[in-house]
Ligand binder design. Structure first.
Ligand code: PMP
Length: 396
């Protein structure tokens, strides 16, 4: 008998993956040159798959705020929010996020993953229902599982399918929570929030939106899809992360339901983990302030998005359903995605590779995510690398 016997199957598939996709699993950013450039395998490459939408991980004022917090408050909090881990920065950031989202309450968590885990596991328990979009992030699924609610998936962005299920499930006479994302992390499309909010009202359900990829990216003021779609009021819970446009680490939930404060002593992912470090909080606070006061960054991000999208579609590549800063390039089979990914890296461009079963529709794709910090020359270089990779592929 061995406790590791069950690992055998995983090891087998791990070995196969490493053999075929070893280069992909072994990517190390050996030196960070800027938020859009790093050294990988000893070679300088353009980063085109980082979720660093506004380039703020390397912003001077964010770095300075983090350094000051490090000096004044130390390297870590050494405790959970519930015990000795709530510093004044956590409380200030909660107030700032409440005002940003126009909500009465915000809780800051250690990661975005932890925020979804905490919120969903507490909101929906046994006998209650969560209806989630089939493309929702793993943290939303895991939160639902942890809470023990009945989980039902509706087809990705299919409002008719959502309503059909909602109608049937509402006959059970129990609480129903609908979970969607502002921008879906893989295909980069938006939730159909206006229609979803209408249906939610009609059936008396609750609505949670994860704005992880849309904070700072969508809306005139960067307040995500809730702002862009104009249905802010109908959304019960907004969750998100500091690890994308804010360039830091941490997560949050904002809501007008005062009951969410209960999570502070009832939610295990809040109570039983150390709070985000002072440097992470200081960087996130500064970045949020930049999102509010620097709309030019959002404009640059969208200019870059349109120009890369135009270049890639002119190459005849199969792209995602919408034009957003997440641009997936789809391939018929995983081998084609891998060979293109390898050629891109050889040509000095790093993108994410997403393979089944992690892909929403079973296809393989290369996922580009753009940044306000990409220069016009870098955008051109990314497009040229795809062009070269495609040309090399046609020779084989
Ligand atoms: N929600 C979504 C939609 C995400 O894409 C991610 C991160 N990939 C998370 C939550 C988790 O965020 P974090 O990295 O802060 O744990």
């Amino acid at each position: 008998m061995s406790i590791f016997k069950k690992f055998q199957r995983l090891e087998e598939s791990g070995k196969k993956l490493k053999k075929e996709f070893g280069a992909f699993f072994n990517v190390v950013l050996e030196e960070i040159i800027s938020s859009t450039e790093a050294v990988i395998n000893g070679k300088r490459v353009i980063l085109a798959g980082t979720n660093n939408y506004l380039g703020l991980s390397m912003d001077d004022s964010c770095i300075e705020a983090a350094c000051q917090a490090l000096r004044n408050e130390g390297t870590g909090t050494t405790g959970s929010r519930m015990a000795n881990g709530t510093f004044s920065g956590h409380v200030k950031l909660e107030k700032e996020l409440s005002s940003f989202w126009n909500r009465s309450h915000t809780i800051v968590f250690t990661t975005g993953y932890g925020a979804n885990l905490a919120v969903l596991s507490s909101l929906a328990g046994p006998g209650e229902i969560v209806l989630l979009d089939s493309d929702c992030h793993a943290s939303i699924y895991d939160g639902c599982r942890m809470g023990g609610a009945d989980i039902f998936r509706f087809r990705h962005n299919d409002v008719k399918d959502l309503e059909k299920r909602l109608k049937r499930l509402s006959e059970r006479g129990t609480n129903i929570l609908i979970a969607v994302e502002g921008l879906y992390s893989m295909l980069g499309d938006r939730a159909k929030l206006e229609e979803i909010a209408e249906i939610k009202q009609k059936y008396g359900a609750y609505l949670l939106i994860d704005e992880a990829h849309s904070l700072g990216v969508l809306g005139d003021n960067g307040r995500g899809l809730v702002e862009e779609s104009g249905v802010n009021e109908q959304v019960d819970f907004i969750t998100g992360t500091f690890s994308k446009s804010l360039g830091s680490v941490g997560g949050f939930c904002s809501s007008n339901h005062p009951e969410i404060e209960t999570l502070r002593y009832a939610s295990r992912p809040y109570v039983f983990t150390a709070s985000p470090s002072p440097a992470n909080i200081a960087a996130a606070r500064k970045a949020l302030d930049i999102i509010i006061h620097r709309p030019d960054l959002r404009k640059r991000l969208w200019d870059n998005t349109y120009s890369l999208h135009e270049r890639l579609s002119a190459l005849g590549l199969s792209l995602g359903p919408e034009i957003t800063p997440i641009i997936p390039v789809r391939y018929q089979d995983p081998d084609e995605a891998l060979s293109t990914w390898t050629r891109l890296l050889e040509n000095g461009v790093y993108v994410n590779m997403v393979l089944p079963p992690a892909t929403p529709d079973g296809s393989a794709f290369l996922r580009c995510s753009l940044s306000a910090a990409h220069t016009a020359r870098q955008i051109e270089a990314i497009a040229e690398a795809f062009e070269k990779a495609a040309a090399a592929g046609n020779l084989h």
